[in-house]
Design a protein around this ligand. Sequence first.
Ligand SMILES: Nc1ncnc2c1ncn2[C@@H]1O[C@H](COP(=O)(O)OP(=O)(O)OP(=O)(O)O)[C@@H](O)[C@H]1O
Length: 225
Amino acid sequence: MQSQAVPDQDLLLSARGLSRSVASRRLWQGVDLEVGRGERLAVSGPSGVGKSLLLRALAGLDALEGGEVWLRGRPQSSWPMPQFRAEVMYLLQRPAPASGTVSAHLAEPFGFKIHAGKSYRSEDAARLLEHLGRPSTFLDQDAARLSGGEAQLVALVRALLLSPTVLLLDEATSALDAETAELAETLLQTWLDTGPARALVFVSHDRAQQERFATRIQLLSGVGA
Ligand SMILES: Nc1ncnc2c1ncn2[C@@H]1O[C@H](COP(=O)(O)OP(=O)(O)OP(=O)(O)O)[C@@H](O)[C@H]1O
């Protein structure tokens, strides 16, 4: 896997020499990655090569087998993990089931200790949803009854409200119609442009989305590929 140098002052998330096996099968090794301020890095590769597992490793959701990940130059292993995960957020294709209203679901993480100091404002949620073509009444809907695409929109808004530094999107817009997917891209672009230092890493099987949205594409090759 090749990596393109990001100037030190812009570097947010980096990885060196990552490796991963599942059931004694080596998926990848020696993986280096860098993502800098404002970047939208696409991780590309064939099905089953381990793209999701790479994003999970970057997010600190799986123990690293080899190598290290750094956030703003500080090794993942030295961060309190809840704090690291509050800054490096991973969104998967099928968000975990939610309950209550959409608004209650969006507000929920603001009650977690790690997000103390941040506060939920329903007008912020409504504004983000409006960018995604949803009226403010959407906040009152039953979160358990959302369609797959709507659940993805809510997961995205929930993450953006918490203002992470790096957002890792794993097929996180795959259930959206083409028009709404483009609205999500525009919203993410705005989020990147308006924040202090933010970056995005995403996996998408939609080649057109990858080409139109990525600022850089990094190929993940399996061992022996
Ligand atoms: N927890 C696990 N235990 C064992 N094997 C796993 C586990 N998670 C993933 N795998 C296997 O690791 C390989 C890589 O999975 P992963 O989901 O990362 O691939 P991917 O590149 O994201 O695939 P796709 O493009 O199809 O979504 C697959 O063969 C998968 O079956």
